[in-house]
Each structure stands twice: as structure tokens, then as C-alpha cells.
Design a protein around this ligand. Structure first.
Ligand code: FES
Ligand SMILES: [Fe+2]
Length: 449
């Protein structure tokens, strides 16, 4: 007798114990939240491949979450603009004449072409290249060729660019939210701020962007990257074995302090998370940067735990798709481009008061490790694409994935705000999918009557 096989690919006791269910016939009204089971640590692989799941994410996660737009340093004078995406929606971020940073849907109200086609730059107005409607820095429609041809009731004030109602900044990072009543950004981040500040608040003068925005495409669902940065330290010794070998001073492989890391993994109930090894000594792998830092002053400013932990190594994700590495200064967005593809956009963010040669040393260190040609980045991108490449096979797609490491290890740990778990744990991954399920089963602001 063959063993019983369920459409979810679960067998025996695992099937009985789990609430993991894939609904029959996915359609937009379908509740897809049962496709993850954070308590049992199981994820249905179709959350990475299914079009309906993806469309629901756009409606219920991306249209109501705080999404990273740009860094304040990219806007120095009125008219400076940067083009980005919120989910798959094209967005212009710009500084208006009152020096306020605002964000608009980059789509002309006439026939819908993009009114800004440059990646970034300086503009006095955004003029659509299709028929010539022109919009000011405040989004207002300021000129219409052959305006006299429109009926009397046509009012230009009704046809300005659609504005993102909620744009807020946290320590130089600008986020936008389509929900007009969204919880304020700082409140949404909650305890995550303590971890994020290991990157953003080292320097009383704040941070700057160096080296432009690097962009590349990967085959892989956006969640593969977002959850790895939230949760996954387990992959490091295996996936990055050759990179660690290259960086080892003896050439014999990484020192024990690297191979046998201890550390913690934080998450909160908004799905934000940060994992960090605790190093016995403060260290930046870039020597020039390491020597420049005054660690006593940093400990005074940020506390000993934060300097030995999140500042010294680690990575995190602000749910849903913004991630960062404090020690490298790499911040990135995993832009969704369909269930199977993402675009990675990465900035290098450094302390403002760093002298030029230290900035350059850290920029190069960042490029060597993370960034399109970084030795660690290559390993990660290859893994995500590998997972995605085979995920559409029927049997493969019917077999759920295991997120069970560290179940039951969540606790409060002195010195670290919020709930943490072991460094090697899927705890933050489960928190990521718990938040995902919560949002995806709840109608969003635009679905309320
Ligand atoms: S589409 Fe923009 S002016 Fe016609
Ligand atoms: Fe990695």
C-alpha cells in the first residue's frame, strides 16, 4: 500500500497536527492566509509561485504597509526627484518648493503614461511625453495643450497626480504608505527602532548616501530575500563557505568566533526582524573603518549590547520588503516583479561625519561583500533563484517547506528590547509569515465600504 498523499504534500502525523491548507481554486476573494502555518512552522510553496497569492499581496500587503522610498540625502533642493516603486506601482519622489518631500503615482491622469521617465534628476515640472500634460512639483496639473478643447466642466484641479497620502521619515529613511490612516511609521516599527538605529544613529549628524543606487534583477519571489534577511543565519556557514574562506586571514577558513557564532534574533508582531551574532570584539572587516570608530563613544551612545550585536554584524528586514546590514551600510528594497521575479535596489548609507577616505573604504568593503558583484550577495541570489527555479513542478509545489527551527525558544532577554530567539532559528521567519497571514486575511483600507 502506498502511503497516503494529500494535496498539501503532508503525510501522517504532520498532516493531522497542522492547519496548513491550500484553498481550492484560488480567486481574489479566496482566503489564502491558511497557506502558511506559523505555529507549526510550515509554508505552502505556492505562496512563492501562485499568481492569486501575488495579486492579493499587492492589494492587502503592499497597498497598506510602510514601503521604503528613498533616503533624504537624495533630495537637497526643490525639484530633486527619484523614481521608484511601491509594489508594482511606479512612484515619483520629489522635494516641492516648500522643501517638503512628497510622492506621487507616476502615471498621467490622461491616458496613463509615466510623466517621469528618468531614474533620478532635477525638474521644474513633470511633462508627459505622450500628449504634453504637465504637472508641478506639488502634483497639480498646470498645463494642458489645446485646453480650450475640453468641456466647460473640465477642472484642472481634479486631474493632478495621485499623491501618496502618508510619507514619513525615520532617521533619513523615507517611507510611504497608501493607507491614509496608517499607524505612524515610528510606532509601526516599535522595538525594531533599537535594532535599526545600529545603522542609522551611530552618528549624531545622521547618514548620507554614497555611490548611487545599484539595481539588478533576480529570478525569485520577493519573500525569499525579505525573509532571509529577517531570519536566516543558518545559511551563513554553508552558503558563504567560500566567501568566508576568502576573507579568512590564514586562508584556512573562518576563525572560530565566526564559524561558531552566538547571538540573538529579534522579531515583533508587525513582522519586523533583525538577527545578529554577538562578537567578542567590536569589528568592522574593513580595517580603515574599524580603526576610525571610537567604540567607547559608540557604547556610550548606543549601549554595549547594541555595539557588540546589531552594530557589529547582522541583518534585518522592515516588513514587508526593506532590508539592511548595519556593518556594511547596505540598505535594499526587494521590488516584487511578479511571483517569480524581483528587482533588488541597493544603496550604501554611511555616517555623515566619516572622513572621505573612511567612506571610500566602507563603500569598497560593501561592494566586495554585498552589492551586485559582492561575494556574499552572489551566494544569496543564487540560492533564491535555485529555490524558485524548481518551485513550479507539481510534486515540488505540493510539498510544504519547513520553518520549524527554534520553535519554543522565544523569550525576553535582558539588554535586548522585545522578543528574541536563538541566532540559529526560524523564529523571525515565522513572525514574518504570521504578519503576512494577518494582513492578507484582513480587508485593507481600500476594501472597506
Ligand atoms: S497620456 Fe499623458 S498627456 Fe496623454
Ligand atoms: Fe547570505
Amino acid at each position: 500500500m502506498p502511503t497516503s498523499f494529500s494535496p498539501n504534500g503532508l503525510r501522517g502525523a504532520a498532516a493531522a497536527a497542522s492547519t496548513l491548507r491550500r484553498p481550492e481554486g484560488l480567486d481574489p476573494a479566496t482566503d489564502v492566509s491558511t497557506m502558511v502555518d506559523p505555529e507549526a512552522g510550515l509554508v505552502d510553496r505556492a505562496v512563492f509561485t501562485d499568481r492569486t497569492v501575488y495579486d492579493t499581496e499587492m492589494r492587502r500587503i503592499f497597498a497598506r504597509s510602510w514601503l521604503f522610498l528613498a533616503h533624504t540625502d537624495q533630495f537637497r533642493k526643490p525639484g530633486d526627484f527619484f523614481q521608484t516603486f511601491m509594489g508594482e506601482d511606479p512612484i515619483i519622489v520629489t522635494m516641492d518648493k516648500q522643501r517638503r518631500i512628497r510622492a506621487y503615482l507616476n502615471s498621467c491622469r490622461h491616458r496613463g503614461a509615466r510623466v517621469c521617465r528618468a531614474d533620478e534628476g532635477q525638474a521644474k515640472a513633470f511633462t508627459c511625453t505622450y500628449h504634453g500634460w504637465s504637472f508641478g512639483l506639488d502634483g497639480a496639473l498646470i498645463s494642458v495643450p489645446n485646453g480650450g478643447g475640453y468641456p466647460e466642466q473640465f477642472r484642472r484641479e481634479d486631474w493632478g497626480l495621485v499623491e501618496v497620502p502618508n510619507v514619513q521619515e525615520y532617521h533619513g529613511l523615507i517611507f510611504g504608505n497608501w493607507d491614509p490612516d496608517a499607524m505612524p511609521l515610528a510606532e509601526d516599527l516599535g522595538d525594531m527602532r533599537w535594532y535599526l538605529d545600529a545603522l542609522l544613529d551611530r552618528d549624531p549628524e545622521g547618514t548620507v548616501v554614497v555611490g548611487g543606487v545599484m539595481k539588478w534583477v533576480l529570478q525569485g519571489n520577493w519573500k525569499l530575500a525579505a525573509e532571509q534577511f529577517a531570519t536566516d543565519w543558518y545559511h551563513v556557514n554553508m552558503s558563504h563557505a567560500s566567501a568566508l574562506q576568502v576573507l579568512s586571514p590564514t586562508g584556512q577558513g573562518p576563525k572560530r568566533e565566526i564559524a561558531e557564532r552566538t547571538g540573538r534574533q529579534f522579531h515583533n508582531d508587525h513582522g519586523h526582524a533583525h538577527g545578529f551574532p554577538v562578537h567578542p570584539r567590536n569589528r568592522f572587516d574593513a580595517k580603515t573603518v574599524h580603526q576610525w570608530y571610537d567604540y567607547d563613544a559608540l557604547r556610550e551612545r548606543l549601549g554595549a549590547e547594541r555595539v557588540a550585536g546589531p552594530l557589529t554584524n547582522g541583518h534585518g528586514t522592515v516588513f514587508p520588503n526593506f532590508s539592511y546590514l548595519p556593518v556594511n551600510g547596505s540598505i535594499r528594497v526587494w521590488h516584487p516583479k511578479g511571483p517569480d521575479r524581483m528587482e533588488v535596489w541597493a544603496w550604501t548609507v554611511l555616517d555623515k561625519s566619516m572622513p572621505e577616505e573612511v567612506r571610500e573604504a566602507q563603500r569598497l568593503y560593501n561592494l566586495r561583500t554585498f552589492g551586485p558583484s559582492g561575494i556574499f550577495e552572489q551566494d544569496d541570489g543564487e540560492n533564491w533563484s535555485e529555490c524558485q527555479a524548481i518551485a513550479h513542478g507539481f510534486m515540488t509545489n505540493s510539498t510544504p517547506l519547513n520553518y520549524q527551527m527554534g520553535i519554543g525558544t522565544d523569550r525576553q532577554e535582558p539588554g535586548y528590547p522585545g522578543v528574541t530567539s536563538e541566532l540559529l532559528s526560524d523564529s523571525a521567519g515565522r513572525a514574518f509569515y504570521r504578519r503576512w497571514a494577518e494582513l492578507i486575511r484582513t480587508p485593507a483600507w481600500h476594501e472597506q465600504a
